[in-house]
Write a protein that binds this ligand. Structure first.
Ligand SMILES: [Mn+2]
Length: 437
């Protein structure tokens, strides 16, 4: 082992040790993979660029109570560190720390002593105390023409008194621009999206695990579901499996919509009593090590679909299966929507599909993409659905007042795809069988 390699391993070990101590580090994605991601990002930049990423802060739930911590996805992608108050700075032209030129700096408020190391993968990194940030950043910025910024807090806050919105990212850019006139400020998100959209083997393995856990929850819900129960009892069954499997939280608020609530795409009240002859849409996803699953199953409350529900279910299932058949690199998201529309149009029902049928999944449930074409290594959803409002007069009464959605998570491969959620009961027969066992 070369001395530089030993040093590099020391720094990685230091980060891992520090992080494990605080339970902050992803234990699933390898240290080598983080270095490789950093290297890929550096390869996308020019010598006069710099990239800065700030870790997410705690989000206030109410008064002095915060939500459970969630790292910002780009920061997590490039470091694996689940810790607030940290900054990552990429300096393609290099920055000298003691005798070493480094390209990646992690500013951590808790680290006592600078650590520098050269990686065998060609990325030289350093961990330094956050109190050195101003000095180092001001020095780096002198030789920088374009700064790529990843702000952890997107969106806006409403300034009610002045009747205006403050866009957080735009405001952060403005502040930087005022401080460093002449510096070009760009979003780092687009640069990183091109990397994040293709999942590595490690990432695919984590997503598969998240999907498996989600499946366990869905099966538990299928087994306990009966008329008279509240929707939240199914949520409890599903989230029970997530938490006991080591997930920090669901990747998004679980959607458990029975009866007419099955028509509400992002329904989250889940307090209705479920009645016989209703269906219940369960759109749920575990988050494991930051990676999301996103699976939907629609089940009959009694364990048996009515004739009309079954007919619609089979049609949505057909769309789901036909979409899966055409997935391969080069196909566009739009083609997947068109396939669903084509299937539903045969029955004159295409107007009851109000949403697109696919999105990318990864560190975000609606994950980043860099274009409209599917590529090998992407993980996407396939989620056709049909929704018939209660007062819809264009269809027979027995079809009114319910919605059916079936959603799988699918890995795009070189010559087709792999349905990651294939083991979660999906056909009418499988669902009715598990519910009546
Ligand atoms: Mn989805």
């Amino acid at each position: 082992m070369k001395a530089s390699t030993a040093l590099y391993r020391y720094v990685i070990l230091l980060i891992v040790t520090l992080s494990l101590q605080f339970k902050l580090f992803s234990q699933v994605i390898s240290a080598e993979e983080y270095t490789s991601r950093q290297k890929q990002l550096l390869a996308l930049t020019s010598p006069n660029n710099a990239v800065i990423l700030k870790s997410a802060g705690y989000k206030v739930r109410s008064a002095d109570v915060a939500y459970r911590y969630r790292q910002e996805s780009n920061f997590l992608y490039l470091s694996g560190i689940k810790k607030t108050n940290s900054i990552l700075l990429f300096v393609p032209q290099g920055f000298r720390i003691a005798e070493n030129m480094v390209n990646v700096l992690l500013f951590d408020p808790e680290v006592k002593k600078d650590s520098v190391a050269n990686s065998e993968h060609g990325v030289n990194g350093a961990v330094v105390n956050s109190n050195r940030f101003d000095d180092i950043f001001n020095s780096v910025i002198k030789n920088t023409d374009t700064l790529f910024v990843s702000a952890p807090d997107l969106g806006f806050v409403n300034d009610w008194l002045n009747n205006r919105r403050i866009f957080i990212e735009r405001d952060a850019y403005k502040t930087l621009q005022q401080k460093f006139p002449g510096l070009k400020i760009k979003s780092a998100a687009a640069l990183i999206a091109g990397l994040r959209e293709i999942k590595s083997n490690d990432e695919t393995a984590v997503i598969k695990k998240a999907v498996e856990i989600t499946g366990k929850g869905i099966e538990r819900a299928m087994k306990i579901c009966k008329p008279g129960m509240r929707e939240y009892e199914l949520r409890a069954a599903i989230e029970y499996e997530m938490i006991r499997s080591g997930c920090d939280y669901p990747a998004f608020p679980s959607i458990i919509g029975s009866g007419e609530n099955s028509l509400i795409l992002h329904y989250e009240d889940d307090n209705m009593k479920m009645e016989k002859n209703q269906v219940v849409v369960m759109d749920v996803g575990a988050e494991l090590e930051g990676y999301s699953a996103d699976v939907t199953r629609t089940i009959p409350v009694t364990g048996r679909f009515t004739k009309a529900q079954k007919e619609i279910y089979e049609l949505v299932l057909k769309a789901n299966e036909e979409i899966i058949k055409i997935i391969r690199p080069g196909i566009k998201f739009r083609d997947l929507d068109n396939k669903a529309i084509e299937i539903f149009k045969e029955k004159g029902l295409d107007r009851y599909l109000p949403h697109s049928v696919s999105h990318s999944v990864g560190l975000d449930t609606h994950d980043v993409i860099s274009g409209q074409e599917l590529k090998s290594g992407m993980v996407i959803t396939v989620e056709p659905g049909l929704y018939f409002p209660k007062d819809e007069t264009g269809i027979e009464p027995e079809y009114r007042g319910f919605g059916i959605r079936i959603e799988d998570d699918v890995l795009v491969t070189a010559d087709g795809c792999e349905v990651i959620s294939r083991n979660i009961p999906k056909t009418v027969k499988e669902i009715e069988s598990i519910m009546n066992r």
